[in-house]
Design a protein around this ligand. Structure first.
Ligand SMILES: C[S@@+](CC[C@H](N)C(=O)[O-])C[C@H]1O[C@@H](n2cnc3c(N)ncnc32)[C@H](O)[C@@H]1O
Length: 346
């Protein structure tokens, strides 16, 4: 497990390979017949999508159908088989069409060197900083983007941003001069939606992220004096490498999706040391009910560790003494993201 911690942070090494290894069962082999059968199903799905593009059918219909079929195939295939199908999909000629979508392309190419960077989120947040990359795409690319950026998982991601801002605002109402920590803050875009920040209701809002580019962007874009982004990683947090003080609210969004259970448990244990009595920790995870998983893992090369409400409870109950906290687990509106909230009793 130590290796997982070392590889998952420090130097932007969130690789699709690492998450895929987590998702597949260790030591299980794949028979030639089983692989051939599933590869044939995949080829059919991709050929149909390719032909539909050639016939100029609406991009939304093509990608919607494609994503659902990949989701079904992913469910049918054993994880080890699915892992072998991913490169086959990526090499298929239909990707020439799909890569015109700026969202799919950015995710696949990983300009920051790792999966799920904050600029990728800006693309599906429809943030103004991503306007140029969208407007400079081909007409087909923009048509596909209109679909991918409005897919249920993208909607859930945008809702997550709103939920984060509301949680910060609630904390400020509950506690004057509130202190907030965002772990894996990315570009901290939720700060733009926070009333508490706009009205001076916070003492400090610290963002921690392993990516120095994201840290610099927060410190450039968020003008409020109480906001500060600092470079730091999950590994550093676990090693108590930073002198951060304590907080009324700590949250982690877009992070647990990359953390194996054991690292998630250790992080939660460590985070509770940073939460003041009466304070809260909120963490989010894409749920195992999403249907874009097959498309994300193939054409976006963006695998996530998906979790159910039970998985979230398992992490919580394995991390904290339930006699000293109040906890809840809930889904966002379309159940594509699941949230865990732990309140340390005063
Ligand atoms: C999907 S983005 C989420 C950004 C932001 N929290 C949001 O919800 O919009 C993931 C962020 O996690 C950061 N990250 C990933 N692994 C990390 C680690 N081990 N330590 C610190 N930051 C990490 C990445 O640099 C990236 O900015």
């Amino acid at each position: 497990m130590q290796n997982a911690i070392l590889e998952l942070d420090g130097h932007s090494l969130i690789t699709s390979q690492l998450i895929s290894q987590h998702n597949a069962e260790v030591g299980s082999t794949v028979g030639a017949e089983e692989l051939t059968e599933h590869a044939a199903k995949l080829a059919l799905i991709l050929d149909l999508a390719y032909q539909a593009f050639e016939k100029r059918q609406p991009a939304a219909t093509i990608v919607d159908r494609l994503a659902l079929r990949l989701h079904e195939l992913r469910k049918q295939a054993r994880p080890e088989v699915w892992q072998q199908l991913i490169p086959l999909a990526q090499q298929h000629r239909v990707s020439e069409h799909l890569m015109q979508d700026p969202f799919t392309r950015w995710s696949f190419e990983k300009p920051r060197g790792y999966s799920g960077d904050a600029s990728l989120l800006d693309i599906y947040y429809k943030h103004s900083s991503a306007d140029e990359i969208v407007s400079s795409s081909t007409p087909l690319g923009r048509e596909i983007y209109a679909y991918t950026s409005d897919a249920a998982s993208s909607e859930a991601g945008r809702e997550r941003r709103t939920i984060l801002a509301k949680t910060v605002d609630e904390t400020a109402r509950r506690k004057p001069e509130a202190e907030v920590l965002a772990i894996a803050c990315g570009h901290l875009r939720e700060a733009e939606l926070s009333d508490a920040l706009a009205t001076g209701g916070l003492k400090r809002w610290i963002g921690l992220d392993q990516d120095p580019v994201s840290v610099a962007i927060v410190n450039r874009d968020v003008s409020a004096g109480c906001v500060e982004a600092v470079e730091g990683s999950v590994r550093g947090l676990l090693r108590r490498a930073y002198d951060l003080g304590t907080f009324d609210l700590v949250y982690a969004s877009g992070l647990y999706d990359y953390l194996p259970r054991a690292v998630g448990v250790r992080l939660l244990q460590r985070v509770m040391e940073l939460v003041k009595p009466g304070g809260e920790f909120l963490f989010a995870n894409f749920s195992d009910e999403i249907t874009t998983d097959g498309y994300m893992e193939t054409f976006m090369d963006w695998p996530l560790i998906l979790r159910s409400a039970d998985d979230m409870w398992d992490i919580i109950k394995s991390s904290v003494d339930m006699n000293h906290v109040d906890a809840e687990v809930y889904y966002g509106a379309n159940r594509n993201i699941v949230y865990g909230k732990i309140r340390k009793r005063p």
